[in-house]
Design a protein around this ligand. Structure first.
Ligand code: 5AD
Ligand code: SF4
Length: 452
């Protein structure tokens, strides 16, 4: 029998990217072969996102396309995983008889068993309160110029899952369950395995990394062990060149964590700190548990520890009840903080959330206008930040060094395009770049040659 080919299409966040890697590894170990061609695949997995209505619509329209595809190729198996699967799994199976398997967010580790024992339209969407994230060691081949595997130099490491915050607009507590931290030992072991395989940069992942260790599954870890402690421990691994993390809720941002930016050399001076709104009325309705004033205090403290830190944020416009005045508060917060960049979204109702039932929904045209205004001002501010790079030299980590694509990344998380990179340099190397030009989304640079 020939090996079955699988294709995974991933939507949404980095958490999903990592989950797709885990499923791909498990399938690979079970004899499946990965393909990027839909035509060749015997198994197609959609790893879905339901954070905003738009993300879910994309999944639903692709499922429509796959219905036709399966008519031409009846033996094809279609699997829906991720947050849409978790929340809408039963409904998908009921309405879409071309879907063979629905895998919830906590069941990805069972993917091979579930496929082996596939009944008609199987669903695995239990959300266990006492769930423990299985220890999972990536099977990466060591990086090297002559290795036939793609070079791996940058990886995500999941340190916790789920969320206990229940922001009133957010589906995550319903799709990913209660907040669960992995044990320190599991995390450190995985970090070592990554570095041994040639990984130079690790991003620690969690919905709210600031509350690492405060919930479940860390019984084997030292008492009162915090996320800052974890950062310090991972940073000590020999051979690791860059460390990042995401995401943080401002309410739990401790002074100790901020001080890590001053203290840990390899911690990239970049911080994603979602604010969502600049209005206290809206923040309170969102159940964010901090005020505009507290947020600004944290930003000021962070900049004291690390003046050059590149700050980014998430913003929702048109939350139910958001008035013109509330929105002006968000605009003025943008002026005050001068974010390097931001992700901004029109509010959308999500199933199961509290805000779905709030009154005073904001009209679509108003949301669209507010979003356009926010984004255009952010673009101007981003451009000013980006222009400040020009003429200066920064250490950048090479991502690709191929004839047509020579790109590297600054510690602040901006891409730098090169027209010429020395052929001695490979992905993962850190080289000095003189920035020659700033664009809206990336920079251009050249290798900086030291003069004697
Ligand atoms: N509507 C719009 N944006 C949302 N986000 C989360 N839920 C919603 C929603 N219902 C945004 C938040 C979050 C980011 C990942 O997605 O800004 O930080
Ligand atoms: Fe989307 Fe959130 Fe689920 Fe990630 S955790 S896939 S962002 S809904």
């Amino acid at each position: 029998m020939t090996n079955k080919a699988f294709l995974i299409k991933t939507f949404g966040c980095q958490m999903n990217d990592r989950d797709s890697e885990i499923m791909a590894q498990l399938l690979g170990e079970a004899g499946y072969i990965e393909t990027s061609e839909m035509e060749q695949a015997d198994l197609i997995i959609l790893n879905t996102c339901s954070i905003r209505a738009k993300a879910e619509q994309k999944v639903m329209s692709l499922l429509g396309v796959l219905r036709k595809h399966k008519k031409r190729k009846p033996h094809l198996k279609i699997c829906v995983a991720g947050c849409v699967a978790q929340q809408e799994g039963q409904e998908i199976i009921r309405r879409m008889n071309h879907v063979d398997l629905v895998i919830g967010t906590q069941s990805i580790y069972q993917i091979v068993d579930l496929l082996d024992n596939l009944n008609d339209h199987s669903v695995a969407t239990g959300l266990e309160d006492d769930y423990i994230i299985p220890s999972f060691i990536p099977n990466l081949k060591p990086k090297g110029k002559n290795s036939d595997s793609p070079e791996v130099f940058r990886k995500f490491l999941t340190i916790m899952q789920g969320c206990n915050n229940y922001c009133s607009y957010c589906v995550v507590p319903y799709t990913r369950g209660r907040e669960i931290s992995r044990t320190v030992n599991d995390i450190i072991e995985e970090a070592h395995a990554l570095v041994d395989a040639g990984v130079q940069e690790i991003t620690l992942l969690g919905q709210n990394v600031n509350s690492y260790g405060q919930t479940n599954a860390v019984t084997e870890s030292p008492q009162n062990y915090t996320f800052a402690d974890l950062l310090r421990e991972v940073a000590q691994i020999d051979g690791l060149k860059r460390l990042r993390f995401t995401t943080s809720n401002p309410k739990d941002l401790s002074d100790d964590l901020m001080s890590c930016f001053a203290e840990i050399d390899i911690l990239c001076k970049q911080f994603h700190l979602p604010v969502q709104s600049g209005s206290n009325n809206v923040l309170s309705a969102m159940h964010r548990k901090y005020t505009r004033e507290l947020y600004l205090e944290k930003v000021a403290a962070l900049r004291k520890y690390c003046p050059e830190i590149a700050l980014t944020t998430d913003v929702i416009v048109g939350f139910p009840g958001e008035t013109d005045e509330d929105f002006e508060q968000t605009m003025s917060l943008l002026e005050e903080v001068q974010y390097h960049g931001s992700y901004s979204f029109k509010y959308s109702d999500r199933p199961g959330t509290r805000s779905q039932h709030f009154e005073n929904k904001v009209a679509e045209e108003v949301k669209a206008k507010r979003l356009a205004r926010f984004q255009s001002r952010q673009d101007e501010i981003t451009m000013l930040h980006n222009r400040n790079y020009v003429g200066n030299v920064y250490p950048v980590m090479i991502e690709r060094n191929e004839a047509e694509k020579m790109v590297a990344r600054t510690a602040s998380n901006l891409l730098v395009h090169f027209s010429d990179l020395s052929s001695c340099n490979v992905a993962g190397d850190i080289v000095p770049a003189l920035i020659t030009h700033a664009g809206q989304h990336s920079l251009q640079g050249e290798l900086h040659q030291k003069k004697d």
